[in-house]
Design a protein around this ligand. Structure first.
Ligand SMILES: Cc1cc2nc3c(=O)[nH]c(=O)nc-3n(C[C@H](O)[C@H](O)[C@H](O)COP(=O)(O)OP(=O)(O)OC[C@H]3O[C@@H](n4cnc5c(N)ncnc54)[C@H](O)[C@@H]3O)c2cc1C
Length: 375
């Protein structure tokens, strides 16, 4: 058994890391958050400028602190950043910013050694991986990609439409980020949305209420993936009607995904070649957990875990994985439920009361970008 004097190290200082730290304190553990960024707001400062939450403030808060303003408003990205920074001050956990974890190793006698980019080694009673997925954008490999001389980027690197004014742009993807960014760009540039199938929509409001009201009252928000996937078979874009209208009217063009790049454009399925200036892939993310690779806690980059509890390593847990325990796992409104669950299990393990599961590996989902009613 590891000395209880060692802290529980939480890797990542976004909403997941903060939720984990708060939950750790609630069960009597001593959390230390190691965060690569300069303030505990996770990746929110890096999301595109126009981003507003897909859920109203009322359904977006972490436990114990509401968003300022009208509970029905949809907070802007910058409000979320300010909210998280403030939230971090509402409890007494040590948060070390500017610290990137590079490796985690088992320690003789139990617990872990957490190695940082600065070369420090920190002893940990347990480890919480809460480093999100934004740092690991997924880009599909397509023929000719390396030869394309235009701008090729992931939507993670998109900020605002200005640099694309008057240009020919393809946005790849059928999720929320793809449709939101393509729609925004279409007012400034010649945009085609390239998708593998039809874009599906979820109404933002039903019966005068935001969808998130219904997710809460029906309990759909808490359903595990295996149940939910029987009810909802495809990812869908939250829409007040503007995106559907833009696609229907041709204001935003859509084509079936192109098959290859040329040096200055793309080849569409019918063989036509089109010159384009930029291609933006909004094709999701994968868990950003490279520091767990040396430990053997991952299977092809995805964690071996059930409900956030590692199935390969005692004392290792996860917070903020997509569909970790429910539809809302990777959202502001849902992450704290999971944090409480894994911290109770970790506290029980550290006090010798419970072993974490050692069952067949159940990797977290493949490319992210679908939960919580979308991106
Ligand atoms: C474009 C977009 C829009 C979204 N919109 C919504 C929304 O409207 N509502 C909602 O509820 N959810 C939304 N989400 C989903 C989710 O809430 C966010 O992605 C959120 O930022 C996830 O928080 P997190 O703490 O898990 O990860 P992150 O916010 O990514 O924070 C993890 C932090 O860990 C740090 N880190 C990474 N690796 C290391 C390391 N090795 N060592 C130390 N630190 C490290 C990173 O610097 C990062 O800041 C959206 C996601 C995206 C991408």
């Amino acid at each position: 058994m590891t000395a209880q004097a060692d802290p529980v190290i939480i890797i990542g200082g976004g909403q997941s890391g903060l939720a984990a730290a708060r939950a750790a304190l609630a069960v009597g553990l001593r959390p230390v958050v190691l965060h690569a960024g300069d303030s505990p707001a996770g990746s929110w400062p890096d999301y595109y400028d126009s981003l507003t939450l897909f859920s109203p403030a009322r359904y977006s808060a972490l436990p114990g602190m509401a968003f300022d303003g009208d509970p029905e408003h949809y907070p802007h990205r910058d409000e979320v950043v300010a909210y998280l920074r403030r939230y971090a001050r509402t409890f007494d956990a040590e948060i070390r910013t500017g610290v990137r974890v590079t490796e985690v190793h088992p320690r003789a006698g139990g617990g872990y050694l957490v190695r940082t980019g600065a070369g420090d080694e920190i002893a940990a009673a347990g480890v919480v991986a809460a480093s999100g997925s934004f740092g690991n954008p997924y880009l599909p490999d397509l023929p000719g990609r390396g030869d394309f001389t235009g701008d090729l980027l992931h939507v993670a690197d998109y900020r605002r439409p200005g640099p694309y004014a008057g240009k020919r742009v393809i946005v790849v993807g059928a999720g929320n980020s793809a449709v939101q960014v393509a729609y925004e760009l279409a007012a400034h540039a010649h945009v085609t949305l390239a998708t593998r199938g039809p874009v599906r929509f979820l109404p933002q409001r039903i019966g005068g209420r935001d969808l998130h009201h219904w997710l809460r009252v029906t309990g759909a928000d808490r359903l595990p993936r295996r149940v939910l996937s029987r009810l909802i078979r495809h990812a869908a874009v939250l829409d007040t009607g503007v995106y559907r209208d833009a696609l229907a009217s041709g204001q935003l063009a859509r084509r079936h995904m192109f098959t290859a790049f040329t040096p200055d454009g793309v080849v569409w399925g019918d063989g036509t070649i089109e010159c384009v200036d930029a291609v933006i892939f909004a094709t999701g993310y994968r868990p950003n957990l490279g520091y767990l690779e040396p430990l053997g806690a991952l299977a092809h980059g995805t964690p071996r875990q059930v409900g956030g509890l590692s199935t390969s390593h005692q004392g290792l847990v996860y917070v903020g994985l997509e569909f970790q325990r429910s539809f809302a796992s990777n959202t502001l409104r849902g992450v704290s439920r999971d944090a409480t669950h894994v911290m109770r299990a970790l506290a029980a393990h550290l006090s010798g009361r419970r072993r974490l599961p050692r069952s067949a590996a159940v990797p977290a989902s493949a490319p992210t970008g679908t939960s919580g009613a979308g991106r």
